[in-house]
Design a protein around this ligand. Structure first.
Ligand code: AR6
Length: 186
């Protein structure tokens, strides 16, 4: 099995060139605030129309933890994987499982479209208020444990936009020692 890579970056996710870019969407898939806003705005009309078509097909609401794929329009990617993380409601409403599923189902979609590399924002840690430390542990834990089974995916980028998330990811990733995964911190 080939060596897999994880890279941590502090940047705007829409500036990183990848095969698949993950969007932290809402159930409607029609755009919102935060990273969802900038992805919809920069991708442009074609992607927005695809989101509208999927929205209509699924009856207007994508369940938490699921993911769908569209083209990426003007963004530096081939595909956008839209997933819905949970809103933080105190921790007893299945939030951890739903957040884990958002990462896992995004990886499943990325592998299906044969993406060699993909980028994740810190899902649910903005508007949806998920505690950042717990969210980072779920994000990294889910990717690390599942990556070996996705034959097409070689490289996962965690793209943090705020220094606090970056510091949390940095501290978790710096302490990992997995011979199957090469970790880079930029
Ligand atoms: N690049 C990378 N990360 C970003 C960027 C960017 N350009 N902009 C923000 N972030 P949020 P959520 C980070 O609020 O909490 C939307 O309205 C941000 O710092 O975008 O998952 C949707 O429509 C934070 O760490 O999304 C949903 O309704 C992370 O992205 C809802 O927000 C997620 O913050 C989803 O909430």
């Amino acid at each position: 099995m080939s060596l897999k890579k994880i890279t941590l970056i502090l940047n705007d996710i829409t500036k990183i060139n990848v095969d698949a870019m993950v969007n932290s969407a809402n159930k409607s898939l029609l755009g919102g605030g935060g990273v969802d806003y900038i992805i919809h705005k920069k991708a442009g009309t074609k992607m927005q129309q695809e989101c509208r078509r999927i929205h209509d097909e699924i009856g207007g609401s994508l369940p938490n933890g699921q993911a769908v794929v569209t083209t990426a329009g003007h963004l530096p990617a081939q595909f956008i994987i839209h997933t819905v993380g949970p809103r933080w409601l105190g921790g007893s409403k299945n939030e951890a499982e739903e957040l884990c599923n958002a990462y896992l189902n995004s990886l499943v979609k990325a592998n299906e479209i044969q993406a060699k590399n993909l980028s994740f924002p810190n899902i649910s840690t903005g508007v949806y208020n998920y505690p950042k430390q717990e969210a980072a542990e779920i994000a990294i834990g889910t990717v690390l444990s599942s990556l070996p089974r996705f034959e097409h995916i070689e490289h996962v980028y965690f793209v943090c936009y705020d220094q606090e998330n970056y510091n949390i990811y940095n501290s978790i990733l710096s302490n990992l020692d997995d011979p199957q995964i090469q970790i880079s911190i930029i």
